[in-house]
Design a protein around this ligand. Structure first.
Ligand code: FES
Length: 457
């Protein structure tokens, strides 16, 4: 079940770290965020090396739907209400600038990566409240400087209450872009960061000394300081590529929890949905749901690929980009991008580079990991905490007859089998393991080990 991006791109292999090394900056993780950050640091005169546990782009970047957009769901009315107009405008401007920067970079370097400018739409099928909420969101986005408008009609194959249109957004092929840009960056593959101390990253291949350490590995694997495990959870979602469906002009995201997203890629249509908290899909059926719904809209379509993605969700819906923790002067982090990894990667690279280079960056305040907690964040903290308590309590209960249910090595929560991805997924913070217990996703750092009666610990 690989994405269409992986199937079409083979990124050149890099050597592992050859031994101990000293460098001004080290980036952990060679996904879109890590590569972009190392690239911009280099442009700013700060050489950086990137350490990657596996291969370039082998984490979440290969599973994205690759929308480059400042339209991040119904966010602008909420941000304005929670943080005020100035902070909300910083969020909007940082993301609009990220869009422009992708375009500038792709043109400057002539990167062949299927980059297409197109509008992005939020849609609602809620006949009762949909139009009112969409109009409110369109007005909020417009007041923050985004070219947004409410539209009544759409090209979708089902009736909608309306859409919010953002002009001049874009889509591209993420791995073609990453392949080309990573040529300009020093990357060591198969080099897993095992331990991080002040100015030092230890790997199984050697130690890297650096004044600046940037955590760009999806979920920060250090528990303390930072406490990101308590401030984030992870979600899984599912994507299906089909041919012989209508080729849409725009990219679409539904505002309701059951609505699908749509985005064209050449002759294909990518449909996404089935979101759930990681570790909460025991019954499965998400791909089947996607297939049935897309088939209902486009009866002649045929599935060509399917894959799933994992996203880090923050308590207030805004990424954590900036100082890792108040007590660690040289540590920086970029995480919690929600479903918006491509624009957030560029926002992270630009903000972190400015901070490290000592340049002014007024957009940084809204993304600061040390920002104040909103009312929504406090509520989410409680809900997230309850999931962790339940997951941890379950570890003490017996497993069903013949059922193999591992406990997670991160903090010990009982995991659940996800039939969709054939993996053990942790509901507490989202670590994942294959059926043999090998680690797939952070924040856990080790495999599950088998214990008596075929249980894992
Ligand atoms: Fe934290 Fe499993 S990911 S306990």
């Amino acid at each position: 079940m690989e994405s269409i991006w992986t199937a079409e791109t083979k990124i050149q292999r890099r050597d592992p770290l050859p031994g101990d090394l000293e460098t001004p900056a080290v980036v952990i993780g060679a996904g879109m965020t890590g590569i972009l950050t190392a690239y911009y640091l280099k442009q700013a005169g700060i050489p950086a090396v990137v350490l990657e546990a596996d291969r370039i782009g082998s984490g979440q970047t290969k599973n994205t739907t690759a929308k480059i957009t400042s339209q991040h769901g119904m966010i602008y009315a909420r941000l304005t209400e929670s943080f005020g107009g100035r902070m909300a405008a910083h969020y909007a401007e940082a993301n609009e600038e990220a869009l422009r920067e992708y375009e500038r970079l792709i043109l400057e370097k002539k990167i062949s990566c299927d980059f297409v400018k197109c509008p992005a739409y939020l849609y609602s099928v809620d006949r009762q409240n949909g139009e009112t909420l969409l109009k409110r969101e369109a007005a909020a986005a417009k007041s923050l400087g985004i070219r947004a408008s409410f539209e009544k009609d759409s090209e979708l194959p089902f009736p909608v209450a309306g859409t919010v249109k953002f002009e001049d957004q874009a889509r591209f092929h993420p791995l073609k872009f990453l392949d080309r840009l990573s040529e300009e960056v020093t990357v060591y593959e198969k080099t897993k960061a095992l331990k991080v101390e002040e100015g030092l990253v230890e790997t199984g291949r050697g130690r890297v000394s650096a004044e600046y350490i940037i955590f760009a590995s999806h979920f920060p694997f250090i528990n303390v300081p930072g406490y990101y495990f308590a401030r984030m959870y992870q979600e899984r979602s599912y994507v299906m590529a089909v041919e012989d469906a209508a080729v849409l002009e725009g990219m679409y995201l539904g505002t309701g929890p059951l609505e699908l997203s749509f985005r064209p890629q050449g002759e294909l249509l990518l449909a996404g949905g089935g979101n759930h908290r990681t570790g909460k899909n025991k019954r499965g059926g998400q791909y089947e749901m996607l297939k049935n719904r897309v088939k209902a809209y486009y009866p002649d379509c045929r599935e060509t690929a399917r894959w799933s993605a994992q996203d880090c969700m923050t308590l207030d819906g805004v990424p954590y980009i900036g100082r890792f923790s108040a007590g660690k002067s040289g540590w920086y982090v970029a995480s919690g991008f929600g479903k918006w990894g491509m624009t957030s990667a560029m926002v992270s690279a630009r903000i972190l580079t400015a901070m490290i280079a000592g340049q002014a960056c007024e957009e940084a305040d809204i993304f600061s990991p040390q920002r104040r907690m909103t009312g929504r964040a406090v509520k989410e903290l409680f809900i997230h905490g309850m999931h962790t308590v339940k997951g941890f309590a379950k570890r003490l209960s017996p497993c069903g007859d013949g059922e193999i249910v591992p406990n997670c090595p991160h903090m010990g929560c009982r995991m659940e089998w996800n039939p969709e991805t054939a993996s053990y997924d942790c509901p507490c913070h989202g670590s994942r393991f294959d059926k043999e217990g090998h680690l797939i996703d952070d924040p856990a750092q080790t495999d599950c080990e088998k214990r008596k009666r075929n249980h894992y610990v």
